[in-house]
Design a protein around this ligand. Structure first.
Ligand code: OFO
Length: 165
């Protein structure tokens, strides 16, 4: 049986993953409103993946016979300062998520909860990928800043992202 402290922390993380989804969905709305179609597609998929992350935690609690408790999600940011700003904020957000996953892992290690340690490894790896994706896009954005054609190509590339369940 998981400790109450660990169950509470996982429930908090379910909420935070859903908050992440809501933030990225808000970026979809902003990008669509500003005709950034590729970025809008990219964030649509990102928002879906965040729901998957939340559901993976959700299913884990169910599997461990622990109670899922959902909480409210605060209003997401709705206005951004352009295309690049959304990616800078996304990377900063993902760094916060990584820190939260590390804190969860520290707690599981402290409690010698080996099943949870094993379960959380997926998230540790996923965060490497999340941060690396946003860092790569930001790098391309910086190089494309003074070149509208390169920016167009980047948006076109983001349009090709597909959802993989
Ligand atoms: Fe769930 O990884 Fe992004 O936030």
């Amino acid at each position: 049986m998981l400790s109450k402290k660990l169950i509470d922390a996982i429930n908090d993380q379910i909420n935070y993953e859903l908050l992440s989804s809501y933030l990225y969905l808000s970026m979809v709305a902003y990008c669509e409103d500003n005709d950034f179609q590729g970025a809008a597609n990219f964030y649509r998929i990102q928002a879906r993946e965040e729901v998957d992350h939340a559901m993976k935690f959700y299913d884990y609690l169910v599997e461990m016979n622990a109670r899922v408790l959902l909480k409210g999600i605060p209003d997401p940011e709705t206005e951004f300062d352009g295309y690049k700003d959304t990616f800078e904020k996304s990377l900063a957000h993902e760094k916060t998520v990584t820190k939260r996953i590390y804190d969860l892992m520290d707690l599981a290690i402290e409690e010698k909860e080996h099943a949870t340690i094993s379960f959380l490894k997926w998230y540790v790896d996923e965060q490497v990928e999340e941060e690396s994706n946003f860092t790569a896009i930001l790098g391309k954005l910086k190089r494309a800043e003074l070149d509208p054609a390169a920016l167009y190509m980047l948006d076109d590339e983001l349009l090709k992202r597909v959802y993989v369940p």
